[in-house]
Design a protein around this ligand. Structure first.
Ligand code: NDP
Length: 297
């Protein structure tokens, strides 16, 4: 149990990420001693400013742990055919372990088709249907970074999900749905809310663990939260004044919840730390150092 990540009711995602990165760095050092130097490529299309910031942050974190990274930036007018050609080239690059296509993609590129094109063993984001299916089956080595980062936080906090009620607000394929499945696997009793869910407040009030991923600033009010619950705020929205805000009213939630993640400094750093961990997994998978089908509890 590593309680140092919980300070005055705030779950310190930056500290948790440091702990994960230290473990990854040790393993990278060991692999490099055996002549294996993990390498990841980030493909970004167009001029989305937030995407550029995220890719830079990911590349910086790679540098901290000794993973090689490459940022491939394609223009906004890239066709799906061009993007597929780039992905195919990276898929067949024998010196490349992991490949990430930064979302969102410009309209017309067919986001799902693009994600399906990434080689299953290089799919560091865990968004390929085969990896998502394996997650549901409980046997995949590559799981999406945000939900698996939240599971790591839950573990570090020493929260036993058995007998607990959890609520996931948001059902996207990249966050909400895998989160739901990971919490069920962790033995929580889980509900999933979305735009058509009535009386969200009463569902939040029943939950011992709440994960919110909607992109709706301040959707979850502090007064809804069950005293002593743990609240994980995935949402990030840039405000008119340039600051970042989450989906949870942080000041209201703090003090009522046993722990709440801030925005920024909560789920974001853990997502990137998990990406580094997944990059290592890709490097090992491709060399047969770990099994493609793993057996989870
Ligand atoms: P999507 O837009 O794909 O999904 C949003 C989900 O929220 C949908 O399921 C939607 O419901 C639901 N939703 C929207 N409004 C409401 C509402 N009023 N009440 C209940 N549910 C609602 O977003 P993502 O999952 O990709 O991302 C969500 C947020 O998390 C964004 O702010 C994104 O930037 C952030 N994010 C942060 C990451 C990090 O590392 N910290 C990583 C990934 C995302 P419906 O399905 O019915 O439309």
């Amino acid at each position: 149990m590593e309680h140092s990540i919980l300070v005055d009711g705030v779950i310190d995602g930056r500290q948790a990420a440091r702990i994960v990165r230290a473990r990854v760095k040790e393993e990278v050092t060991e692999l490099r001693a055996e002549g294996i130097h993990p390498r990841v490529a980030f493909v970004r299309v167009g001029e989305d400013a937030a995407s550029e910031t995220y890719v830079r942050a990911k590349a910086r974190a790679c540098g901290w742990v000794g993973v090689r990274s490459e940022h491939i930036h394609l223009p906004s007018n890239t066709t799906q055919q061009d993007l597929f050609a780039t992905i195919d080239r990276l898929n067949s690059d024998n010196d490349l372990d992991a490949l990430l296509v930064q979302l969102p993609l410009p309209d017309g590129l067919g986001g799902r088709q693009v994600l399906n094109r990434v080689a299953v063993d290089k799919d560091v984001d865990g968004f390929h249907p085969e990896n998502l299916g394996a997650l549901v089956a409980g046997c995949g080595p590559l799981e999406p970074c945000t939900p698996s980062g939240i599971m790591r936080l839950i573990e570090m906090l020493g929260v036993d999900l058995r007998g607990k009620r959890a609520l996931v607000v948001g059902r996207s394929v990249i966050v909400g749905r895998p989160m739901y499945n990971l919490l069920v696997r962790g033995h929580a009793t889980v509900m999933c809310a979305h735009r058509h869910t009535p009386d969200l407040a009463s569902l939040v009030a029943q939950a011992d663990v709440v994960v919110v991923a909607t992109g709706v600033t301040g959707l979850i009010r502090g007064s809804w939260i069950k005293p002593g619950a743990y609240v994980f705020d995935v949402g990030i929205t840039r405000q008119a004044d340039g600051s970042l805000a989450g989906d949870v009213c942080f000041d209201e939630a703090r003090g009522r919840a046993a722990g709440v993640t801030p925005v920024p400094g909560g789920i974001g750093p853990m997502t990137i730390a998990q990406l580094l961990s997944n990059t290592l997994t890709c490097a090992k998978l491709r060399r047969g150092l770990i099994e493609r089908t793993i057996h989870r509890a």
